[in-house]
Design a protein around this ligand. Structure first.
Ligand SMILES: Nc1ncnc2c1ncn2[C@@H]1O[C@H](COP(=O)(O)OP(=O)(O)OP(=O)(O)O)[C@@H](O)[C@H]1O
Ligand SMILES: [Mg+2]
Length: 357
């Protein structure tokens, strides 16, 4: 169902995105080693990734790095190794034969164990590369890969660079909604960094335009045989601004709870507040000024100077360079976008929530 509120896994559930899907599949099939799937939160990166992996015959392994980080407060080699192995077990029986010889991994029946002491991710990747020799290729996807920066002593940029240079049967797909943070971590443009100058194929997911958004809603409601007025569709399209995750949730709430437009919007705001309270609490613990900046921009202050004046008025003096770096971090995290020298909250639903901060 088009309005299912979980990441999609089948092409029939995916509205549009044919172009991006074909591009992703083609990149994998032609043997590219590093593919980045980029876009703001809730634009369908995980869905696109799932559908592409499902349609290709190559074995694939996916690790949700954001979830791993929030569960274990770390993404050290041991934690990520365990996630990779648990994605393999139960799915890629044949791979196990290649994993037996990796130091620190023990396999008995369906159980795969990792001993934290002598386990090496590089060796695991080398074994998967050998397995890829047989299968044509192995795809390793890190969903929300910007969280790999919390590897501590495990330097994933170095590991990726080694794999990309040497393990030609592996394709890495990194998705990221905090695009600036992902690039900060990968450092393609920093001489001396492990991934400096490496080729990467970027696929960027954009918001739907108004026509597409309306068509998505109409199609979804029609599928559920649920009647809504044209005016309501128009309002939803305007308020949710082409973000497919919100459009999906809107449709889902209207259909399953049989509520009016306004109540569904209220519910979406409630949901957004809930998501944000966990996401933002981490950000705000670094600096309470983030809150002031988000509030200022959501109230319509869009120039650097005006945002800074607002912040100074509310929270006291801050020097220019500290202020710039806080603002820049918000751009890197995707909450704020900068266009023609003006700052704006990228997501209209979040904008409404930030106004209440
Ligand atoms: N092309 C699409 N057609 C129909 N529904 C979609 C599409 N893309 C995404 N969705 C829906 O939108 C929601 C968000 O999708 P998904 O989780 O794939 O996005 P994401 O970009 O990975 O988000 P996040 O950054 O939060 O991880 C899900 O409910 C999913 O079902
Ligand atoms: Mg996702």
């Amino acid at each position: 169902m088009l309005f299912s509120p979980y990441p999609k896994t089948k092409r029939e559930e995916l509205f549009d995105r044919e172009k991006e899907l074909e591009e992703l599949k083609k990149a994998i099939e032609s043997g590219e080693r590093l593919i980045l799937l980029l876009g703001l939160r809730r634009l369908g990166k995980s869905s696109l990734l799932n559908v592409a992996l499902g349609e290709l015959s190559y074995p694939s392994i996916k690790v949700d790095v954001r979830k791993t980080y929030s569960e274990f407060s770390s993404v050290n080699r041991y934690v990520v190794g365990r996630m990779l192995l648990s994605a393999i077990s139960g799915k890629l029986e044949e791979a196990k034969n290649f994993l037996r010889r990796v130091k620190g991994i023990s396999i008995s029946g369906v159980r795969i164990d990792v001993s934290p002491r002598d386990f090496s991710i590089v060796e695991l990747l080398e074994a998967l590369n050998d397995y890829g020799e047989r299968t044509g290729r192995v795809i390793i996807a890190f969903d929300e890969a910007q969280y790999l920066r919390f590897g501590g002593a495990t330097r994933y940029d170095g590991i990726l660079a080694y794999a990309i240079d040497n393990l030609d049967n592996l394709t890495f797909i990194l998705t990221g909604s905090e695009v600036g943070l992902l690039f900060d971590f990968l450092k393609f443009n920093e001489p001396g960094a492990p991934l400096f100058g490496r080729y990467h194929h970027d696929i960027i997911l954009e918001k739907f335009n108004s026509e597409m958004s309306a068509e998505f809603l109409e199609k979804g409601f029609e599928e559920m045989r649920f009647k809504v007025s044209e005016l309501e569709i128009e309002k939803a399209v305007e308020e949710l601004d082409g973000i497919v995750g919100w459009l999906t949730l809107y449709g889902y709430i209207r259909v399953t709870r049989k509520v009016k437009h306004e109540d569904a919007m209220e519910e979406i705001l409630r949901e957004a507040r809930l998501i944000l309270s966990t996401e933002l609490s981490r950000l705000f613990s670094y600096s309470p000024r983030y809150k002031g900046i988000l509030k200022a921009i959501s109230l319509g202050y869009s120039r650097w100077r005006d945002i800074k004046d607002y912040l100074t008025l509310k929270l006291g003096y801050i020097n220019d360079s500290n202020f710039s770096s806080l603002l820049e971090n918000l751009v890197k995290s995707g909450y704020v976008e900068k266009r023609n020298g003006r700052y704006k909250i990228s997501d209209p639903v979040l904008e409404r929530v930030f106004r209440e901060l």
